[in-house]
Design a protein around this ligand. Structure first.
Ligand code: UDX
Length: 454
């Protein structure tokens, strides 16, 4: 972000405990926030789980606390995120309480991911303030609260409605866009939503969104749900402190950048489905052949373990390699922000995770949307129908012909050109938010002043 003047002077270094949720899409924004707050003069302690543990020596400016999550290997392997989150919240409380009682001194407040709601009870117990960080969109929050409402009315699972119908008062979301989980039972899911959003003792909400992106959604949240506590919308968090690969759980393969340097401007479609999505071997094959037949250059991230029952990269068939040659580059993990900012990249085939969505908008890159789970369907709907910076691939079994046509529409046809123009406007507006008097810069300054007032 633009450096003008340091934010509010922090006279005495005061310690903040930051508690990320141990998944990549949550660790990244929390570490950017930590870096920003450290640069603003605070001392930072990161409390993190054993599971997806962070590596302290990559972050010499921070101190670290390990929370004993006691997660079993079976639970971690189950892909049942809701059950993993319940276990983390049940099991980590004691470790944090012990650290607060014995080792951590001069704590101004605890800043925790919305999914690490156990922190609120710990903060209250020690008479310390807590602030919650929301790493998903305001629209996702509203759609999750709609699930709780439907559950209370006894309407889940959704049997009586057409999935194509719009949810009342949630335009343009349809029932099929709601972030319901196919794996966890509905009552557990509703409970975790309530735990995340029923802000009772938090002093403020730090939100990775921007008012101009979600004006009515944020207003609705402020009036209905926030108990009059301040909301600091500071997105895009990945731009508020210097870029760093140190929070990556997988090793970034930067060789793709030299491949990108050789490609013409706006010609490459970047393909990445984030850090959690799992796909079938069949789907992978359809993706591969759709990419091959599109005749566009592509950079494709195939994350290890992301294809059920295979090693991912082992799918690369000789026939596919021969057809694609040097037109395709496949890596296991990419330096995503550098890739999206590269002049050769003209489109992003994304699972529509909230970080990826903000990262793409920040670089003016239009999207091909193929959401998998959770809030991704909500984001996809906003990308295609509200902001009009992307095309949604149909929500049924993926077919190579559909992939080929979608890529061509985005990369070479008029519809895609218009989306690229709209996306570039978003990039400019986001840059404005990060300038000295822009909305995100002002929120960041207010946030620092707010913490200093404790
Ligand atoms: C999950 C949910 O899917 C998402 O909807 C929610 O908002 C956060 O948690 P995830 O699958 O991790 O997110 O996607 P996303 O939110 O996009 O975060 C992925 C992060 O990994 C991004 O910051 C992205 O830059 C980074 N990434 C991804 C890389 O650095 N390299 C890659 O190759 C792929």
């Amino acid at each position: 972000m633009e450096k003008e003047k340091p934010f509010g002077e922090v006279k005495k270094r005061r310690r903040l405990i930051l508690v990320p949720c141990p998944y990549q899409g949550h660790i990244n924004p929390m570490l950017h926030l930590a870096t920003f707050l450290h640069q603003s003069g605070f001392s930072i302690t990161i409390a993190h789980t054993f599971f997806n543990s962070l590596i302290p020596n990559r972050h010499p400016d921070f101190t670290f606390l390990r929370l004993n999550d006691r997660l079993s290997d079976d639970l971690v392997a189950s892909s049942d995120l809701v059950s993993v989150l319940f276990a983390i919240n049940d099991n980590c409380k004691a470790s944090l309480e012990e650290a607060m009682a014995t080792t951590v001194r001069d704590v101004a407040c605890i800043i925790h991911d919305e999914l690490m709601y156990f922190c609120e009870a710990v903060a209250s117990c020690f008479g310390v303030r807590s602030l919650v960080v929301r790493t998903t969109s305001a629209a996702a929050c509203i759609s999750r609260l709609a699930i709780v409402q439907l559950q209370a009315e006894g309407r889940l699972p959704l049997l009586q409605v057409s999935m194509e119908e719009e949810v009342p008062n949630l335009h343009p979301l349809r029932f099929r866009d709601l972030p319901l989980s196919a794996i966890s039972d509905i009552s557990k899911m509703a409970q975790i939503i309530l735990n995340m959003y029923t802000v009772t003792t938090s002093s403020a909400v730090i939100w990775n969104t921007i008012p101009f992106l979600e004006p009515s959604e944020l207003t609705q949240i402020k009036t209905k749900f926030c108990n009059k506590i301040p909301i600091f919308p500071i997105a895009p968090i990945h731009k508020i402190s210097p870029t760093s690969s140190s929070s990556s759980l997988l090793k970034e393969d930067s060789t793709c950048l030299s491949w990108l340097h050789k490609q013409p401007p706006n010609s490459v479609i970047y393909v990445s489905l984030g850090s959690i999505a799992l796909l079938s071997n069949q789907e992978l094959q359809e993706m591969a052949w759709g990419l091959a037949n599109s005749n566009q250059p592509f950079l494709w991230v195939v994350r290890p373990g992301s294809v059920r029952g295979s090693d991912g990269l082992e799918f690369v068939l000789k026939e596919f390699q021969e057809k694609v040659g040097d037109r395709g580059c496949i890596v296991e993990w990419a330096p995503q922000n550098e890739v999206l900012g590269h002049r050769a990249v003209g489109g992003f085939w994304s699972h529509c995770g909230w970080n990826s969505t903000l990262e793409s908008l920040s670089e003016g890159v239009p999207m091909l949307c193929r959401p998998y789970s959770g809030d991704q369907r909500v984001n996809s709907r906003y990308i295609s129908c509200v902001w009009r910076v992307g095309l949604a691939l149909e929500d049924h079994e993926l077919k190579r012909k559909e992939v080929e046509m979608g890529i061509r529409k985005l990369m070479v046809e008029e519809e895609g050109r218009q989306m690229r123009e709209t996306a570039m406007n978003f990039k400019r507006r986001i840059e404005d938010c990060l300038r000295k008097d822009g909305s995100s810069s002002c929120s960041l300054k207010e946030l620092v002043d707010f913490i200093m007032s404790f």
